[in-house]
Design a protein around this ligand. Structure first.
Ligand SMILES: *Cc1c(COP(=O)(O)O)cnc(C)c1O
Length: 468
């Protein structure tokens, strides 16, 4: 059943090479458009289908399953719309992400709100819309009480909920430890997320919270993102499942009816091959937590990176090449503004780089150790340091691979560098490639407007008024 992942990787690389060449041919890339992001529509569809198939294969038919794409991974409305049409929902963590999901047409019943700092207004909006909410902590649960119950403990204003449509749950932290990257490990003892289950009295507090609130029906855990080994992810799910069983036994009914197992499957940024796969993860879960898939629990997943990373590519023109201290350097237009994590934490977030010539054809030939630098004004602005690649020449293109999640969609405005355009690509049906604008490139006028351009006199006027 499972597609051969090596063949899939080769096809994906071939599609990418075709797209880079077509982008140069069609003028999307060139002297006046020196950096862009590309999204492989075919690959996105394949990943969405693989995710659905992986879990369909392990749950009894009829089990409610919602794959809520973690919007923070690729916060782009056209992507969310495509994923929605491919049968996925949305996991949102801010008013902005919720607005994106709604703009994409993702219905409330396919949306999950998980932020750690939700305001009363955000909670009220979510409940009014019927969006699922996972409370992060006891204070947030107090706020939910006030919204759900006619006379909440806080007695806050606003209309009480007459009909509660939102499935509500509590986020727990199984405190089973971190992975290889501290910043994306969420199940450490002192993580800021969820209720730390191993803290003194915490487990009993969670059980009581459920027993006292018949409207709590979900448990949520997201054990971490990139760098969490699959067995650790599975343990986080197992702990969540065990707690649900305990709550339901104490309640004497199936109060917890849905487990939200989060996302977090890692991407191997050193290789084109997409392992581990969703099918492997689903099988591991079925072995380690068989009760999860026996039909008693609905399932929510929240994958982000593993769904989208492979399908995005940053392509940047090589403006200059030079040599310094014996090191060959290609100065490109992609750096910290599009690959922030890689530039600031290169050990944790290495990216593969592909070299293309001025016509967008893959460069071949003997490799040379070189730096691939970005355009920003600090010396650490390197996409890759001391990397062996075919020698990049002036006018060539350097591509940062696997950047479809948490990269070019997460612009960082250092040096007032403009947000690049993002283009989706697909076969044109005649052996070529066709593109669609996913996000317009930001103009310099927009950079000025977003940098207080309309308030140019604000401080000088203030100074004048103060000295009067
Ligand atoms: C970031 C996040 C995800 C997605 O994580 P990935 O590693 O991109 O799969 C899912 N759920 C929550 C709560 C998150 O914070």
């Amino acid at each position: 059943m499972e597609r051969d992942i090596e063949a899939e990787a080769q096809e994906r690389a071939a599609r990418r090479d075709e797209a880079v060449r077509a982008a140069v041919e069609q003028g999307l890339l060139g002297p006046d458009a020196a950096v862009l992001g590309l999204l492989d529509m075919t690959g996105i569809q394949q990943s969405a289908a693989a995710l659905r198939a992986a879990f369909d294969a392990v749950v009894p038919s009829g089990t409610p399953v919602l794959h809520a794409f973690a919007v923070k991974a690729t916060p782009l409305v056209p992507v969310l719309r495509l994923l929605h049409e491919e049968g996925l929902g949305a996991e949102v963590a801010s008013p902005g992400e919720l607005a994106l999901a709604r703009a994409a047409g993702v219905p409330a019943e396919r949306t999950v709100l998980d932020a750690p700092a939700k305001t009363p207004a955000e909670l009220r909006e979510a409940l009014t819309l019927g969006i699922a909410v996972n409370a992060d902590n006891p204070q947030e649960l107090d706020r939910l009480d006030a919204l759900v119950l006619p006379r909440g403990p806080e007695g806050v204003g606003g209309a009480p909920m007459t009909s509660l449509r939102s499935p509500l749950g509590i986020r727990i932290n199984p405190q089973i430890g971190g992975g290889s990257i501290g910043a994306t490990s969420t199940a450490t003892a002192t993580s800021k997320f969820g209720v730390g289950l191993r803290d003194e009295g915490a487990r009993e507090w969670v059980v009581r919270a459920f027993l006292e609130r018949p409207w709590l029906t979900r448990l949520h855990a997201h054990t971490g993102s990139q760098g969490i080994p699959m067995p650790l992810l599975a343990r986080g799910v197992a702990e969540t499942y065990a707690l649900a069983e305990e709550i339901n036994a104490r309640a004497g009914r199936r109060q917890v009816d849905t487990l939200d197992i989060g996302g977090g499957l890692s991407v191997d940024f050193a290789s084109e091959v997409a392992a581990p796969t969703y099918a492997q993860y689903a099988r591991v879960l079925a072995e380690e937590v068989p009760g999860l898939f026996d039909g008693r629990y609905g399932l929510v997943t929240e994958f982000g990176r593993s769904l989208m990373a492979r399908h995005g590519t940053v392509v940047a023109r090589v403006e200059y090449t030079k040599s310094s201290g014996g090191r060959r350097i290609a100065v490109t237009h992609a750096g910290v503004q599009v690959a922030t994590r890689t530039v600031y934490a290169p050990e944790a977030w290495p990216l593969r780089i592909a070299a293309y010539d001025a016509k967008g054809r893959p460069r071949t030939g003997p490799e040379v150790v070189q730096d691939v630098a970005g355009p920003a004004c600090f010396s650490g602005d390197l996409l890759a340091e001391g990397r062996a690649l075919p020698p990049l020449e002036q006018g060539d293109y350097a591509a940062a691979l696997d950047t479809g999640a948490y990269y070019f969609a997460h612009h960082y405005a250092y040096n007032s560098l403009a947000r690049p355009g993002i283009y989706g690509f697909a076969p044109d049906g005649a052996g070529g490639v066709t593109f669609a604008v996913v996000r317009e490139p930001q103009t310099v006028a927009e950079v000025v407007a977003e940098s207080g351009g309309a308030h140019a006199d604000a401080l000088t006027t203030l100074r004048a008024s103060g000295s009067r």
